[in-house]
Design a protein around this ligand. Sequence first.
Ligand SMILES: *[C@@H]1O[C@H](CO)[C@@H](O)[C@H](O)[C@H]1NC(C)=O
Ligand SMILES: *[C@@H]1O[C@H](CO)[C@@H](O)[C@H](O)[C@H]1NC(C)=O
Ligand SMILES: *[C@@H]1O[C@H](CO)[C@@H](O)[C@H](O)[C@H]1NC(C)=O
Ligand SMILES: *[C@@H]1O[C@H](CO)[C@@H](O)[C@H](O)[C@H]1NC(C)=O
Ligand SMILES: *[C@@H]1O[C@H](CO)[C@@H](O)[C@H](O)[C@H]1NC(C)=O
Ligand SMILES: *[C@@H]1O[C@H](CO)[C@@H](O)[C@H](O)[C@H]1NC(C)=O
Ligand SMILES: *[C@@H]1O[C@H](CO)[C@@H](O)[C@H](O)[C@H]1NC(C)=O
Length: 488
Amino acid sequence: MEFPRSPRIPQVIHIVLLIFATILLQSRNVRGRHVDHLNYFEYGAITCRAHSASLTDFGGVGDGITSNSKAFQAAIDHLSQFESDGGSMLFVPPGKWLTGSFNITSHFTLYLHKDAVLLASQDENEWAVIDPLPSYGRGRDTEGGRYISLIFGTNLTDVVITGDNGTIDGQGASWWDKFHKGELQYTRPYLIEIMYSDNIQISNLTLVNSPSWNVHPVYSSNIIVQGLTIIAPVTSPNTDGINPDSCLNTRIEDCYIVSGDDCVAVKSGWDEYGIAFGMPTKQLVIRRLTCISPFSAVIALGSEMSGGIQDVRAEDILAINSESGVRIKTAIGRGGYVKDIYVRGMTMKTMKWAFWMTGDYGSHADNNYDPNALPVIQNINYRDMIAENVTMAARLEGISGDPFTGICISNVTIELAKQAKKVPWNCTNIEGISSGVVPLPCDQLPEHGSEYISACNFPTDSLPIDNLDVQICSYRRKYPLDSVIKYL
Ligand SMILES: *[C@@H]1O[C@H](CO)[C@@H](O)[C@H](O)[C@H]1NC(C)=O
Ligand SMILES: *[C@@H]1O[C@H](CO)[C@@H](O)[C@H](O)[C@H]1NC(C)=O
Ligand SMILES: *[C@@H]1O[C@H](CO)[C@@H](O)[C@H](O)[C@H]1NC(C)=O
Ligand SMILES: *[C@@H]1O[C@H](CO)[C@@H](O)[C@H](O)[C@H]1NC(C)=O
Ligand SMILES: *[C@@H]1O[C@H](CO)[C@@H](O)[C@H](O)[C@H]1NC(C)=O
Ligand SMILES: *[C@@H]1O[C@H](CO)[C@@H](O)[C@H](O)[C@H]1NC(C)=O
Ligand SMILES: *[C@@H]1O[C@H](CO)[C@@H](O)[C@H](O)[C@H]1NC(C)=O
């Protein structure tokens, strides 16, 4: 009599083989650890994640031609199920990943390998059109809506966009061209925009050729922007580096920016829309920034500042070949305020103006702005700076009947260029003091002598954002079951 063969035996063997193959793959991960940075690596983040996946698990193709918009969105939609289960990370391996816009989720990390390049699609159909920002009332380029940013998130908590210096290439040339020719249907997209969110980290990436602004956190709080290299042609329109906009508690550090507009532009809404929305940018730290911006500012405050800008602390800044160091831009009709601004330890090489304040910037959202809405510019402190090859030390223009007050400049040495303007300081409608400043400032900033050298105070307390720490996290490639079976 023949016994029937138990169907269980092959199944058991199969399971044993699967376990064996998994162990083999995982041990390859460990061996690959210092070699390929594909299967295991460590990185710094505000939160570590329990779950992970690779873009290739969702059909991603890194050939630079195939659109990965669907792969990104499918991956993130899948990973969003782990929001309340330890969070998740999407790994983007080496390759050229063409993609349109995609939306990220909460408790989520997007990690770009150093040889991963996200290529922004130039097909306008890959960009949804979204409403203008309520604090702006309209798009910046055109009235009405705006193209969504390449990486977009709204109403999120705990998001990390990082890598070991992977690249996001906005392929902006066609957008700049349309902008110049007046052919834009909607306002150009940004590279990264995070709205109404809390706990955000954007770090260790290279961003090139953005269609417009690069990094735009708006209506958000507790934000770290660290270790970004941002590059765009110096003639490209509106390619601002980092624009904290109506944000509370932001820290921008160790960034290198060469662009066609301001390296850091601090904002808070436009005219009557910004006043009505009423959300300031407050408690902003900027440190160790290197900036090249031949036609704009290293740090600009405004011109959209109608929700107010307060408590900005900037230090250890290197400016090379830039139009101005710190610039305040505002206008009648903006309302709002720029106050309690502290900048120290700035080195400037080849500048048009070290300091620039403009009270008649104009540029209104529409004609319905309130002519009685005067901005308040007050308590502006600049100290411990050296500048060389400067065309004009400062151009400080307040508003008639609304002077900019409490301006303090101390321990600043500005070496003028051979072709410098005859009058190094030009001040109108401003009030303040100076101490130890060369060349001697205008009469509106009387010299108080060297005993006042530390007059322009810099706060000694720390801000809450200084306590938001980055921890060491690790990623281990988890092979989905089908690739384990293929390995068999
Ligand atoms: C960025 O990279 C540097 C050096 O590679 C590392 O020390 C730092 O922790 C990273 N920071 C973040 C926030 O990713
Ligand atoms: C992303 O979100 C925006 C608005 O919240 C929406 O208009 C857009 O269609 C979403 N994009 C995708 C790819 O789902
Ligand atoms: C996001 O949050 C804002 C402000 O709290 C709210 O007005 C808006 O409706 C929220 N949007 C979504 C899509 O939940
Ligand atoms: C990141 O890449 C950019 C562009 O290649 C490079 O200039 C920069 O030095 C790199 N940063 C780091 C920290 O390696
Ligand atoms: C003046 O500024 C320089 C940097 O430009 C700094 O090294 C020096 O300590 C400052 N002096 C005082 C008295 O703060
Ligand atoms: C000084 O600035 C001018 C432009 O204003 C530039 O052409 C020149 O090379 C600079 N000189 C130095 C020594 O950097
Ligand atoms: C100084 O600035 C005022 C107002 O901005 C301007 O009208 C004037 O021509 C400037 N003077 C010089 C000498 O540049």
